[in-house]
Ligand binder design. Structure first.
Ligand SMILES: N[C@@H](CCC(=O)N[C@@H](CS)C(=O)NCC(=O)O)C(=O)O
Length: 206
């Protein structure tokens, strides 16, 4: 196994977390380098695209969360070998990036402008993506997004849905997931209750 160092911000979610979970699930040892947001300005230009996560593999660097998820997913046995199943995993992970980016663009807004943008997203793109993810899940058998087993796609979706459902996003109702996509809410519980994932967050006090 190569020497792995995953660099991401010091929180238990978003773009760096699926790779952490995948390595944890597979028992792959890695350095979990968590950086303080106060250090970010200094580190920004040392990363390939001025963003995190990034993964060092025997001293070489790869960036972009989904590239990292695929690479780590292969090491962890959580990425399909079958090309079609792999394409389903890729589709889901890229779609989560699309909708996360749309939500992310509202962070720069304030006051009424933020409220309007978030309410429009909740009623529009977020509702649409939730229903689409649910349809994809249903067509893959209802439990997992590909291969009838947990893959990095399930981890990526779980983290996004958990974020939406946490109520952390002003003007986006925490009950949107349950209202729009009950199958996805069940999927979240399925992933959260995976014994190793539940134990991981319990150990982190989350
Ligand atoms: N497409 C990139 C997006 C990366 C990204 O925007 N990461 C955020 C953290 S989740 C970041 O680095 N923000 C700091 C900044 O943009 O200055 C990926 O999937 O890795």
């Amino acid at each position: 196994m190569p020497k792995l160092v995953l660099t991401y911000f010091d929180f238990d979610g978003s773009r760096g977390e699926a790779a952490r979970l995948a390595m944890h699930l597979a028992g792959i040892s890695f350095e979990d380098r968590r950086i303080a947001t106060s250090d970010w300005a200094r580190l920004r230009d040392t990363t390939p695209y001025q963003s995190l996560p990034m993964l060092e593999v025997d001293g070489k660097v790869v960036a972009q969360s989904n590239a990292i998820n695929r690479y780590v997913g292969k090491l962890a046995g959580l990425y399909p070998k079958d090309d079609w199943q792999a394409a389903l995993v890729d589709e889901l992970m890229d779609a989560v990036e699309d909708i996360s980016g749309r939500i992310g663009s509202t962070f720069a807004l304030e006051g009424e402008a933020k409220k309007k943008a978030r309410e429009a997203l909740a009623a529009g793109s977020i509702a649409h993506f939730l229903k689409q993810f649910e349809a994809r899940l249903a067509s893959a058998g209802g439990e997992w997004f590909a291969e009838n087993r947990l893959t990095v796609a399930d981890l990526k979706c779980f983290l996004w849905v958990r974020w939406l459902r946490s109520g952390a996003l002003d003007h986006i109702p925490a009950n949107l997931v349950d209202e729009q996509a009950p199958l996805l809410a069940k999927h979240l519980e399925r992933v959260a209750n995976h014994p190793k994932i539940a134990a991981y967050y319990a150990a982190r006090g989350k």
